[in-house]
Design a protein around this ligand. Structure first.
Ligand code: ASP
Length: 596
């Protein structure tokens, strides 16, 4: 039996007179007494079919989302009944045969409205949610993006190589997802946080150009734009420096943006150093669809009598200012900004509003000289109505706090624009609150200068870079360390003892010793990229079956308990307190100790 010979969404007036067979779902059913109008939907679109229930009694029992196959003649719609909102709105199909392929239970929610359904409910019935326009369009865009990536890299001679997903843990800064081994009881695999070390092994193996749409797993406490598992475009190249990576990724983004959004990107993308980015925008992922830069006012207040400013500078700090434009805040609103700044770590915040006569209204204006006020207004290009914000503090705090206000008050004009940007020259290490050094990217990124890294690790620069799109980090990469001695040095600075380094990475350092070519690479988060291209603030909209922010899949109910015999085979016993918590949860009706 054939189900169809034509796709519903393709029909146009040119098909009038053709007899077609269609198959799909009954999306809308209107019974107008003696004649039924049904919107038949398949993956390609929707077309109206017209059924006479006297001839086709089965039609009377049709309900929404029944799966049907029909045969009929395409006809122009009678004048006045065309539907300009529908691609096929000029035609309809007069049904001569109708078969119900499958009935459908009553629907948990309407499939035509996008906004009204609670997300948890949508995820529980994702397969129905997908029949609505939004998710399906996002999945098509995602498929087009990945196809463009593969096409570009295949043409450039890259090899698509799969790396294992049951591996020895590769640190990328997050917690590993662990998988117990049945044959080596008590041992665990980790799911990859990324294929980092395997792609480096491919370079050692002489593969030279690698890419993969790689599945990665990071057990982080969820933020709204993170998932426990995700896909990234992962690439690596031998005999490469930074600019080879940047040019390759730019070439990929050009194709993706053309195919998904129909726009031509201009390359090369602008570049900022990490320091410039922090200094001007207070973040390493600035949204440059609007400028609004942080200005350095330290020199302007070099001989100020205002104690809060003078004290901060004496203590080695800076004074930074930001003009956020007309904010129209009440006095209470302005004072609330001070609390926000303090909550973000600043000692304080000074606000000033430019009055119509150009003077500054501020609780601290009286402590500043006429000249200081005038110079300040000039330096921040203040016009009447503008709100000026000043922070006197340590450099990092000052810029980060102002950076937050920049994002809060800045408005990306023409939000459709795709503003790509490279942030380069990240530091090798970051200091934790406890004063320890951790890898800013991962421990395999090469320092610009090994000697500098050894003498002053806290300020050393890495050959590491990020790609930023509209204020979101799309991905990171670096030139890698390719000699074993430097790799060991980095482990040492990170406080990893030689014994531990040997146990965790001995196999990798050994591999580096066999004539490793200089190499570099990058990874781009696919859901993040597609969500921005599609204008979706929530990345779950571009993921077919996402998990909630607590890592739960409401559709299948994972994670879920396993049978005792499964645990036994793995040599695993749940701790008594965990067992007790499970039991208590089951008794109280839920099977999740932690709610979803
Ligand atoms: N492995 C890195 C990541 O997943 C990317 C890279 O350095 O290529 O973020």
């Amino acid at each position: 039996m054939t189900y169809r010979d034509t796709s519903a969404g393709e029909l146009t007036a040119a098909d009038a007179g053709r007899t077609v067979q269609l198959a799909g779902w009954a999306q809308r059913i209107r019974d107008q007494g003696g004649v039924m109008f049904i919107d038949l939907r398949d993956a390609s679109g929707i077309v109206q079919i017209v059924v006479d229930p006297a001839v086709h009694p089965a039609a009377v029992d049709l309900r929404r989302e029944f799966c049907i196959s029909v045969t009929g003649e395409v006809a122009p719609r009678p004048a006045g009944s065309e539907n300009p909102d529908l691609a096929t709105g000029g035609v309809e199909v007069a049904v001569s045969a109708l078969a119900v392929l499958a009935t459908a239970r009553p629907l948990p929610f309407q499939l035509d409205e996008r906004t009204e359904v609670d997300e948890l409910f949508r995820l529980q019935y994702r397969y129905l949610d997908m029949r609505r326009p939004g998710v399906a369009a996002n999945l098509r865009a995602r498929s087009a993006a990945v196809a463009a990536m593969r096409r570009t890299l295949n043409a450039a001679g890259f090899l698509d190589v799969e790396t294992p997903t049951l591996i020895k843990s590769t640190p990328e800064g997050a917690r590993d997802v662990l998988v117990p081994s049945r044959l080596q009881k008590g041992d665990f695999y980790a799911l990859p946080q990324s294929p980092q070390l395997f792609k480096q092994l491919l370079m050692i193996g002489g593969i030279e150009r690698y890419y993969q749409i790689a599945r990665c797993y990071r057990d982080e406490d969820f933020r709204s734009d993170r998932q426990l598992e995700f896909s990234q475009l992962d690439i690596e190249g031998s005999f490469w420096g930074r600019d080879d990576v940047l040019a390759t990724i730019e070439a990929v983004m050009v194709e993706v943006a053309r195919d998904v959004r129909g726009v031509e990107l201009t390359t090369p993308f602008p570049r900022l150093t990490y320091h410039e980015s922090m200094d001007r925008y207070g973040t390493d992922k600035p949204d440059l669809r609007f400028e609004m830069a942080i200005e350095d006012l330290t020199d302007l207040f070099s001989s100020t009598e205002f104690k809060a400013f003078a004290g901060a500078v004496e203590a080695g700090g800076v004074i930074r200012g930001l003009n956020v434009g007309p904010a129209g805040l009440s006095r209470a609103g302005l004072d609330a900004l001070v609390d926000d700044a303090k909550a973000a770590g600043a000692g304080g915040l000074v606000w000033m509003v430019v009055e119509d006569d150009g003077s500054l209204r501020s609780p601290v204006a009286k402590f500043l000289s006429e000249n200081e006020l005038a110079d300040l207004t000039g330096a921040l290009s203040g016009s009447p109505g503008d709100l000026l914000l000043l922070v006197a503090d340590r450099w990092r705090i000052a810029v980060e706090v102002l950076g937050r206000f920049r994002v809060r008050f800045g408005s990306p004009d023409g939000h459709d624009e795709l503003n790509f940007l490279w942030v380069v020259d990240f530091p090798v290490f970051e200091e934790t609150a406890g004063g320890d050094l951790v890898a800013a990217h991962h421990p395999f990124s090469a320092p610009v200068d090994v000697a500098e890294m050894e003498s002053s690790p806290a300020t050393a620069i890495a050959q590491a870079y990020d790609l930023v799109l509209n204020g979101s980090e799309l991905g990171s990469g670096s030139v890698r360390i390719h000699d074993p001695a430097t790799q060991e040095k980095v482990f040492e600075i990170l406080g990893i003892s030689p014994d531990e380094a040997e146990r965790r990475f001995g196999w990798f350092v050994e591999a580096l010793g066999f004539g490793t070519p200089p190499h570099a690479g990058f990874a781009v988060g696919i859901a993040r990229l597609v969500s921005i291209l599609q204008g979706e603030p929530n990345i779950r909209e571009v993921i077919p079956f996402p998990k909630t922010q607590t890592g739960v899949d409401p559709l299948t109910g994972s994670p879920s308990p396993v049978d005792d015999y499964q645990l036994m085979e793995l040599g695993i016993d749940l701790r008594p307190d965990v067992r007790a918590a499970r039991l208590a949860a089951e008794e109280s009706g839920g099977d999740q100790p932690e709610g979803s």
